[in-house]
Design a protein around this ligand. Structure first.
Ligand code: 5GP
Ligand code: MN
Length: 336
């Protein structure tokens, strides 16, 4: 007998009303929040009891998304979050492939009796879910959620759902410019606009709401940009002191790393940001073509991600991390 598709399995779990918890990865981005909110709207519209629990806070530029104000922050509401996770029938995990990406929520998901449904587009997913929609070749989790909702009920894509999905697809494809953007991505985007996503307003909400401090911090980041001699690689550092000078708020450094890739001939850009509270250096890696930054992040900086966009961290000082990075980059073959 042919196995049921994950979409059909999910559909059959939703025949009677169920209690659902939706969990995006820590430091959720537009795709993690967009996909979580879209599923949450869909489930509540269909008469289920659904709630989103985020491992931690997220940037202000995402705090306009429809339904966003109902998201529960695990860090601020730990007791209530644990209770809800414990009594859920279904747990949806969105936009991550490994439970280490949800901090302390990991152990509560592992203990829960709920069926776990993973929807994600990162490579090499860990085996923690009962049902998996895992497609690394797709540019965003929001695209997968669109497919899921459409397969269950085409007519249930409301304007709020359309706005959430549009946001995640836009942010995870670099506004439809990364190579993961397909003709199908554009077909989905067209349908979302027809369903009520206001593309121009969403673009402004995400990209044109910077504070003056954020722009000043970008100035410092660009001043700090350095190129590796004779290699098409650049990197940026930001110290805690520099962040403090510009009254850093979560999300202020989003997108800074991409400026390195705007340089002609550069195929690798890295940003290293000091975080004194967590005592780590947070790193972001971006590349063009077949330079696999997820391999670099995983091998040397305890991270991972996609071929052209990855993240990681270092427990060394900013200076030591910079020295280690220079050494690694110098030893890489130029032609990659
Ligand atoms: P960003 O640089 O924007 O933080 O992350 C880029 C990509 O790398 C995202 O797809 C994100 O999921 C992934 N990523 C970021 N940080 C980490 C990390 O510490 N570990 C892993 N495995 N992936 C990460
Ligand atoms: Mn994503």
């Amino acid at each position: 007998m042919r196995e049921k598709s994950p979409e059909l399995e999910i559909r059959s779990l939703l025949i009677k009303p169920v209690k659902c918890v939706i969990i995006p990865h820590k430091n959720p981005d537009g795709d993690a929040l967009g996909s979580s909110l879209a599923i949450n709207h869909f489930l509540n519209d269909k008469g289920h009891k659904s709630i989103i629990i985020s491992p931690n806070d997220y940037p202000d530029f995402l705090k306009w998304m429809p339904g966003e104000s109902d998201i529960v922050n695990f860090k601020l509401n730990t007791k209530e979050s644990k209770r809800v996770i414990n009594s859920a029938d279904l747990i949806f995990t969105l936009d991550f492939n490994d439970l280490s990406r949800v901090n302390e929520i990991k152990s509560h998901i592992e203990k829960a009796s709920a069926k776990i449904i993973m929807i994600d587009h990162h490579e090499n997913p860990k085996d923690f879910a009962h049902i998996k929609i895992s497609k690394p070749e797709i540019g965003s989790t929001c695209e997968l959620v669109f497919g899921l909702i459409e397969s269950i009920d085409k007519d249930s894509i409301t304007a709020p759902i359309a706005s959430c999905l549009y946001t995640g697809i836009m942010t995870d494809t670099g506004s439809f410019k990364y190579s993961s953007t397909s003709s199908n991505t554009h077909r989905i985007i067209a349908k979302l606009i027809e369903k009520g996503a206001n593309n121009s307003e969403i673009h402004q909400n995400i990209y044109e709401t910077s504070s003056l401090n954020k722009l000043k911090l970008l100035g410092i980041a660009l001043k700090n940009l350095k190129k590796i001699d004779n290699k098409p690689y650049v990197y940026i550092t930001l110290s805690q002191n520099e962040l403090d000078k510009c009254k850093f708020k979560k999300g202020d450094t989003e997108g800074f790393v991409n400026y390195g890739l705007s340089l002609k001939g550069i195929c690798l850009s890295i940003i290293m940001i000091e975080n004194s509270d967590e005592k780590i250096i947070k790193m972001s890696f971006r590349s063009k073509g077949n330079f696999a930054v997820n391999v670099l992040a995983e091998k040397f900086f305890n991270g991972g991600g996609h071929i052209n966009a990855a993240g990681g961290q270092s427990a060394d000082s900013l200076l030591k991390t910079e020295e280690k990075l220079i050494e690694i980059l110098k030893s890489l073959p130029s032609e990659k």
